[in-house]
Design a binder for this molecule. Sequence first.
Ligand code: ATP
Ligand code: MG
Length: 432
Amino acid sequence: MRSHYSSEITPALEGKEVALAGWVHEVRDLGKLKFMVLRDREGFIQVTGKKDACTEDVLKAISSVSRESVVEVKGVVKKNDRAPGGVEVSPLSVNVVSVAQSPLPLDVTAKVDADIDTRLNNRFMDVRKPDVAAIFKIRSAVVSAARSYLDGNEFIEIHTPKIIASASEGGTNLFPISYFDKEAYLAQSPQLYKQMMMATGLDRVYETTFYFRAEEHDTRRHLNEVTAVDVELAFIKNEEDVMNLLEGLVLSMIKAASDCKKELGILKKDISVPGKALRISYGEAIEMLAAHGKKIPSGEDIDTEGEKLLGEIMKSERSSELYFIYGYPLSARPFYTMPGDEKYSRSFDLEYKGVEVSSGAQRIHNYDMLLSQIKAKKLDPESFKYYLDAFKYGMPPHGGFGLGIDRMMMQMLDLAIREVVLFPRDRHRLTP
Ligand code: ATP
Ligand code: MG
C-alpha cells in the first residue's frame, strides 16, 4: 500500500508522487489549511491540504477523519521550511481504510502519560507510541545480536520441550498443567535437556527460550514467564571458559543496543558499553559488603539488598557496571553444579548495574558424583532417570548459563521489567 515510509520522504523527493499508509496521529483544521500528521513505523510526515490545491473530497476526508484511523494517502512531495523535516506531502487522495472509534483507550500523542496497567491493557495502542515501539526495536536488535554472536561461535540453536514430567531443579516453583490423564509442568528452564545434549557430540548448543516460574514475586525485576538465552558447551577446562563466552555475548548485546541510535534518541537514553566484565569472588563480595555495613553470613546467598549495594560499591570504587561474582557456596547452588575448593563451587552470577542477569557454572559430568548430589539435595533419583542415563555412556566436561533477556533489557534501558516485555505475565496479570 505504500511507496515510502515517512522517514524516507526528504526534500530531495520534491515534486515526486508518493503513496503513504499509516495512522492519523493528529489533525489540525485552520479553515483554508488542513494538516494531518500521518504516523508509520518509521516516524511522522505532515500532510497539508490547501484549499486551492486539493479536491473537496480530500479536504473533507482530512477534517472528518478520527485520530488513530488508518489512512492511505497519495500525494506530491513539497519542500516547506516550516514543516517538520523541511518537507510535507500535498495530498491527491486520502482514503480512510479503517476508522478508529472514540474516545481512544490511550493517548498516543503521550501528552498525558497513562499508568502502566492501562498501557498494558491496551498494549496494541501503547506500542503505537514511538518511545514504546523503540524499546521493542532495540529488543529485537539485542536478541538478533545474541543469536549472531553464538552462531558465529559455532553454536547450534536447539529447542527443548516446555511441557515436562518433573522438576528440573527440585519440586518448587513449577506451574502444574493437566496433560491428558497425567499431571505435567511447564518447564522452569531447559537445564536438564541442554546438559543431555552434551552427551550427543553437538558440543555447543543454545536456545532462546521461555522459563515458567510459579514464584509469587512482586518486584521490578521478576516475571512468571521469562525469556532467556540458555547456553551449554562441552570440552571446557573449567567455568572460566563459560564466563569468557558469556562476557563476549553480553558485550555484543549491549553494543547492539547502543548502536540503535535513532531509538535511543527517541527514548532520550544513552547506553555505554563496558570495556569488559570484572571478576570478584563470592568471598571478596561479602567482605566488600561487610565493609559497607551489610553482613551476609558466609555460605549464604547475597540477597537483593546486598546485590544492589554491591552494584553501587562496584560502580563507585571500581568503575564497573558489569561484573562476575564467582565461587558461590555449593549449598546455595543447584545439585548439578561442579564443586570447587572446600565448600565453594565452580559457579558464577553475572551482575549488571546491581542486578543478576545470568547464573552459570561448570556442571558435574561424573555419574556417581551427580547421583550423590541429587541424593544430598533430598531429590528422588528415579525422577531424573532419563537425565542420569545421559551421564552413563560418555559425558564430556561441560558448563553453561542462563541469561535473562528481559533483565538485560531493563538494565540497559533503566526501565521496570514490565515495560520491556510486550505482554508480561506476573502474579496479577494473565491478559492480554
Ligand atoms: P533471581 O535470584 O534474580 O530471582 P534466579 O537465580 O532464580 O534469579 P536463574 O535460575 O539463575 O534465576 O535464571 C537465570 C537468569 O534468568 C537470571 O539470572 C535472570 O536473568 C533470569 N530470570 C530468572 N528468573 C527470572 C524471573 N522470575 N524474572 C525475570 N528474569 C528471571
Ligand atoms: Mg540465578
